[in-house]
Design a protein around this ligand. Structure first.
Ligand code: AN0
Ligand code: CP
Length: 317
């Protein structure tokens, strides 16, 4: 595997990779030779708890070494634009920075959030593409401006583990938040689950929160949340800012918070969220603290999604 940015990179073999991830969960150290004398490099332009630590754990399980750089704070301020006179605050160009960092590793993970101001720049993945152009090793997205594929893969592992029937209904629901958040997690979730063969997929959100059709692939949208949640086997909550009115918060309607009453509409459904989650804003305490919540197993599966992808990248190097 030479890159992992979206479902497209695994579309032809996602079932095989899912089985591989489930095998890793059973036997985490079975491939501990794959990473011998290899290094996984992780660059974070933004904060992270799960992605950072699960990626480190995944690399260790493969016997690899790891370095992490908080590019947003620990290194030189990077210049992203080409052809500029660098007489301002930036001290190093991303071109040299990535060429150097990729010389120090065998797989390069990068987290780069959208700025939510310039839609074209975000949706053209300008920063991720600069990383790819200058990297001499495979690049893995640790959440880009538009997608979060390691999260979606972990979500797939989790749903595969918890599903009780052949086919399952999965509902992606918008929920309120006080800050403008990326569309990366819901875009990615929609892109994956609209194409997973055992899933009936529904999206629910207030009007104005339609996601990019490039990622929803014609998924059913139901604007009435109660209606959408009926008989759901999995409820996947997430806030996102508007795609059409780019980066804006259009609603903070607390009736969209996922509560016990909402979960009662489902088919004894499981509650999922990628975390970090704001309690009693996105989801009420009595849901998050109940047996129907599987957010911790979901976060645990981040290890095995990363381990599977790193393993594929290290093998092909
Ligand atoms: C980020 C987001 O919504 O994309 C990261 C989620 C994994 N969340 C926040 O910034 C709170
Ligand atoms: N879910 C997720 O990616 O969490 P972090 O932002 O903490 O890495």
């Amino acid at each position: 595997m030479k890159q992992f940015f979206s479902f497209n990179d695994v579309k032809s073999n996602y079932k095989e990779l899912l089985n591989k991830a489930l095998d890793y969960k059973k036997n985490p150290f079975t491939d501990k030779h794959i990473g011998e004398n290899k290094t996984v490099g992780l660059i974070f332009f933004n904060p992270s708890l799960r992605t950072r630590l699960s990626s480190i754990k995944a690399a260790y399980n493969l016997g690899a070494n790891v370095w992490v750089l908080n590019a947003g704070s620990d290194s030189w301020t990077l210049e992203m634009a080409d052809g500029t006179v660098m007489d301002g605050n930036s001290q190093e160009h991303i071109k040299e920075a990535i060429q150097v960092m990729s010389a120090y590793c065998d797989v390069l993970g990068v987290r780069t959030f959208p700025n939510l101001k310039n839609k074209d720049e975000d949706y053209n993945e300008v920063i991720l593409n600069k990383v790819v152009e200058n990297s001499s090793v495979p690049v893995v997205s640790l959440e880009s401006a538009t997608l979060h594929p390691l999260q979606s893969f972990a979500d797939l592992i989790t749903i595969a583990e918890y599903k009780k029937t052949e086919r399952v209904k999965v509902v992606l629901t918008w929920a309120p938040h006080v800050r403008a958040l990326p569309q990366s997690v819901p875009n990615s979730f929609a892109d994956w689950f609209s194409q997973i063969d055992f899933v009936d997929f529904v999206i629910t959100h207030p009007k104005g929160y339609e996601l990019n059709e490039k990622f929803t692939n014609g998924s059913q949208i139901i604007y009435d949340q109660d209606e959408a949640l009926k008989d759901a086997d999995f409820v996947y909550a997430k806030n996102w800012s508007s795609f059409t009115d780019y980066g804006k918060i259009l609603s903070n309607d607390s009736s969209w918070t996922v509560t016990k009453e909402k979960m009662n509409l489902t088919n004894n459904g499981k509650f999922m969220h990628c975390l970090p989650v704001r309690r009693n804003l996105i989801v009420s305490d009595d849901v998050l603290d109940s047996d129907s919540s599987i957010v911790i197993p979901e976060a645990t599966n981040r290890i095995f999604s990363a381990q599977t992808i790193f393993s594929e990248c290290l093998k092909s190097k």
